[in-house]
Design a protein. Structure first.
Length: 348
């Protein structure tokens, strides 16, 4: 079985949204309703990945878990709500990694991730999806860094202090308005000083180029696909792909069918072949060493055939049997490309 290191999942957000009295133990010990938990990760050869903490859409939180808001009658999050939501998800992760059985480890270097893989522990890299919880003074960024945060997507699909959000729209170009604000640029610069991954997956085109201009490090899209194959605003145009090639960047292919299919549909009847079509297109444009997985488990809409994290070996099998990828290429796509990219950004 090929062990996988993956660019993006939302299990921590799902655990926070669940009404489980002890979400950390639920992840460690039970089979959960969503697409991943420890047991299924182990079955699937899911060795680790970037785990997002994320503030879901306000309407969703208000409808499903209103008791988790300071003021459920409000019509938007307060700054305090957004901060609380992130810290609660971080607290769930901390409970998971401090469990006495030590089956999961928070990693801040590639060496630690490799060690986890050897010791058969699940390797977690902490990622912040959308920086709204970080207020104007950026102090919380440093606090989160100290808590182990090593990757950040400054923007999600909504307007924030840091820039204009990108709505998932189909068919649509990623050129959807203004880019990073001055504060957004400061945030990106601070992340670069801290040698963190800066994720462009949810950026519109202007913000993408603003970021590319500020960074002297590989460009990373943790969960995005090729716009030419699926003209979804969240996907990357050929022009953008060139910037990944030039910076020796990294793209994790998203398994959400709306980002894979040429008709942009959320459709469970989607063949796993489209995942390989995107991988091959991206390899042709960016290079074999710069593509991997960015599943979006627990945050996307995946095909029936994949079902959940345990479907990963089916993708690998298809790489071997139908597409004839070499063992070495499979190894690169499944994890080495991610580990090498993280090492180049973070240092040894
Ligand atoms: Zn996302």
């Amino acid at each position: 079985m090929s062990l996988v290191f993956d660019g993006h999942n939302d299990v921590l957000t799902r655990l926070w949204l669940s009404n489980s009295p002890n979400p950390a133990q639920a992840f460690l010990q039970q089979r959960l309703a969503g697409e991943m938990d420890l047991q299924r990760c182990q079955m699937a050869g899911f060795a680790g990945g970037l785990f997002a903490i994320f503030v879901p859409p306000f309407e969703y939180v208000q409808q499903h878990v209103p008791h988790k808001l300071a003021n459920p009658q409000a019509d938007q999050f307060s700054q305090q709500d957004m901060q609380n939501i992130c810290l609660k998800q971080l607290a769930i992760l901390q409970e998971i990694v401090t469990d006495p059985n030590q089956q999961v480890k928070l990693c801040t270097s590639s060496a630690e991730i490799r060690q986890c893989i050897e010791q058969q522990k699940l390797a977690v890299v902490l990622h912040l999806e959308g920086a709204e919880a970080i207020a104007e003074d950026l102090e919380l960024l440093d606090v989160l860094y100290q808590a182990g945060l090593r990757s950040i997507g400054p923007l999600w699909n909504r307007q924030s202090l840091f820039g204009h959000g990108l709505k998932a729209a189909f068919p649509h170009s990623p050129n959807t308005g203004a880019g990073l604000t001055d504060l957004g640029k400061q945030l990106v610069k601070r992340c670069a000083e801290l040698r963190m991954v800066v994720d462009v997956s949810h950026m519109n085109e202007r913000a993408f180029w603003d970021t590319a201009e500020l960074l002297q490090q590989p460009l990373v899209a943790t969960h995005s696909n090729a716009h030419t194959l699926c003209p979804q605003a969240r996907n990357l145009t050929d022009h953008q792909l060139k910037a990944f090639q030039e910076t020796q960047g990294m793209i994790g292919v998203n398994f959400d069918t709306a980002f894979l299919r040429e008709d942009g549909q959320r459709n469970r009847e989607t063949s796993l072949d489209v995942i390989l079509d995107h991988i091959e297109y991206l390899m042709a444009h960016v290079g074999e060493a710069h593509v991997g997985f960015g599943s979006d488990f627990d945050g996307g809409f995946i095909s029936q055939e994949l079902e959940d994290v345990t479907g990963l070996p089916k993708i690998v099998q298809r790489m071997q049997q139908r597409r004839g990828y070499s063992e070495n290429l499979i190894h690169q796509l499944c994890r080495e490309n991610w580990l090498n990219t993280l090492e180049r950004i973070w240092g040894k």
